[in-house]
Design a protein around this ligand. Sequence first.
Ligand code: C5P
Length: 237
Amino acid sequence: MPEGASDSTPSQQSPTDATWAVLVAAGAGERLDLDRPKAFARFAGRPLLAESLDRLDRCPWVHAIVVAAPAGWEEPAILLSEELATGKVVACVTGGATRAESVRNALAEVGEEAVVILVHDAARPLLTDEVVERVLGPLAEGFEGAVPALPVPDTLKRVEEGRIVETVPRDGLVGAQTPQAFLAPVLRNACAGDVSGATDCASLVERAGGRVAIVAGDLHLLKITTPEDLAFVESWA
Ligand code: C5P
């Protein structure tokens, strides 16, 4: 438990004290074709989960962390966090069947004193303090959420059964990344209802009518899905 996390009240807190991170790491990562979940794939000499966990732990904007681990891998996740001597990990929960359900399980362990919640994919290991700072900015300007994103450079096609059926205009389209930041009550409300089909948290907040800002993403936050991605991102580490 981080120092002061249990006995502070909202009025006593600095914004940093009140920012909690949920690290979702419960995906199977089937496309990596390993004998273990993606979060425990080897990355720069240690489990992939270690990279984002370490970076969140050292991030000055983050006060406390809740990890969603794959079912059966909670113990290794806790041991990893102990090995890394992370001071901010408060809980490790069992992830759900979908990403949104993993987030919901983790939210149950996020302290009531949290004002802002960051949600980050362990599959995007190269998190920086700068991107965390960028997503926190709009929350002080009246937005309820903020998402880092990159422009989509390729021409987009809708495909059915191996045949192009439509070219989708890419004007105004971006690729959303994580960490995504939200006002805590807004995220809790958005995750309390039907979360089916949601591939990120912003979509749930948007569905509930929340205002979500876009900030500059980072190429290095590429999500690891395939063995090629793993090698590529590892070369940047
Ligand atoms: O599967 P996807 O690429 O959307 O996963 C994004 C992030 O969500 C990954 O870090 C993965 O571990 C996490 N996830 C999860 N629980 C799931 C599915 C994915 O925590 N059931």
